[in-house]
Ligand binder design. Structure first.
Ligand SMILES: C[S@@+](CC[C@H](N)C(=O)[O-])C[C@H]1O[C@@H](n2cnc3c(N)ncnc32)[C@H](O)[C@@H]1O
Length: 308
């Protein structure tokens, strides 16, 4: 049976057609909203990797409710970004570009002033790379999009803001969780009922955005940047001692050479120093507990490598 007939049998595909959504993905965002109330109190949002635009349609429908006054409607801001052009949507500003590129990140950031009253309250990212079929590589590419989305979010989100992003579930999302918990009070991995059970996709749903004390937002492209050098460049102790802001595949899986190479220049001494200064920091005990395991795993792995 061909792909088209299989898709047509899908209830959400049919519903999307009936209700005028550009893609069945609309239901994933609607189900995330039902479970977490992510649109509550939101007037300003960014939709990363937005084409063909069903999530932007959902945002426009929910944020530009017909019950709003004209003034309230004017205060609503929705920025949609994708590599591909998409058909215009009323109330949605579009940017065509690659979210892993600095110029695109700057164009998005340019729509939000540093005034906390004008920042975004929600950043969503449904980005998906072209899937290669090599699980570790696909997971790595997916995580690269998430790191780019998160680094854009650190510039544009207001304190307390929310972040939703697609992930490819690995055996162990521990590193991703520790990175997210650095910036958000609440972290959850959710598989909406409209996400096909056979798909490895799921969504991180984070709320309670907070910049760690002393952290200076940076535009990070894990595939291009030397993360350590970039962190040092900010002059911020906090940037330096945070868990490396990297995209990587499953830490317990067999990673491809390219992925492993990203972490090769971080030595055992670097990890131990980062661990010591993190444990002396004023981070909460809960957060220290979460990261303790990640650090111990890294240290043990590096000790094993150096003894070989
Ligand atoms: C699953 S689709 C998004 C569907 C969308 N949320 C909707 O509801 O219509 C994934 C999108 O990610 C975009 N994408 C992938 N990598 C990107 C990148 N580096 N920068 C911007 N967009 C990207 C693709 O062009 C594609 O349109």
């Amino acid at each position: 049976m061909g792909k088209t007939s299989k898709d047509k049998r899908d209830v959400y595909y049919r519903l999307a057609k009936e209700e005028g959504w550009r893609a069945r993905s609309a239901f994933k965002l609607l189900h995330i909203e039902q479970a977490f109330g992510i649109f509550d109190g939101v007037q300003r949002a960014v939709d990363l990797c937005a084409a063909p635009g069903s999530w932007s349609q959902v945002l426009a429908k929910k944020l530009l409710r017909s019950s709003l006054t004209d003034d309230e409607k004017l205060a609503v801001k929705i920025i949609a970004v994708d590599l591909q052009a998409m058909a215009p949507l009323p109330g949605v500003v579009q940017i065509q570009g690659d979210i892993t590129k600095e110029s695109t990140a700057e164009a998005i950031i340019g729509h939000f002033s540093s005034d906390a009253q004008q920042k975004a309250q929600l950043v969503v990212c449904d980005g998906a790379p072209d899937v290669t079929g090599v699980h570790e590589m696909d997971e790595y590419m997916q995580n690269q999009l998430i790191v780019s989305a998160l680094s854009i979010a650190t510039f544009v989100l207001e304190p307390g803001g929310k972040f939703v992003a697609k992930i490819f579930k690995g055996n162990d999302n521990c590193l991703l969780e520790s990175q997210m918990r650095t910036f958000f009070t609440n972290f959850c991995i959710f598989k909406p009922p409209s996400s096909r059970p056979s798909s490895i996709e799921a969504f991180v749903v984070c709320s309670g955005f907070r910049l760690p004390t002393g952290y200076i937002p940076q535009i990070i492209n894990p595939a291009r940047d030397d993360i350590r050098a970039l962190s040092l460049k900010t002059g911020s102790e906090t940037n330096r001692r945070l868990v490396p802001f990297i995209a990587c595949g499953d830490l317990n899986g067999s990673l491809g050479d390219d992925v492993v190479g990203l972490m090769d220049d971080i030595t055992l001494e670097d990890v131990e120093m980062a661990y010591d200064s993190f444990m002396k920091s004023d981070s909460t005990d809960d957060f220290k507990d979460v990261l303790n395991d990640v650090f111990q795993q890294e240290i043990a792995q590096r000790k094993k490598q150096t003894s070989q």
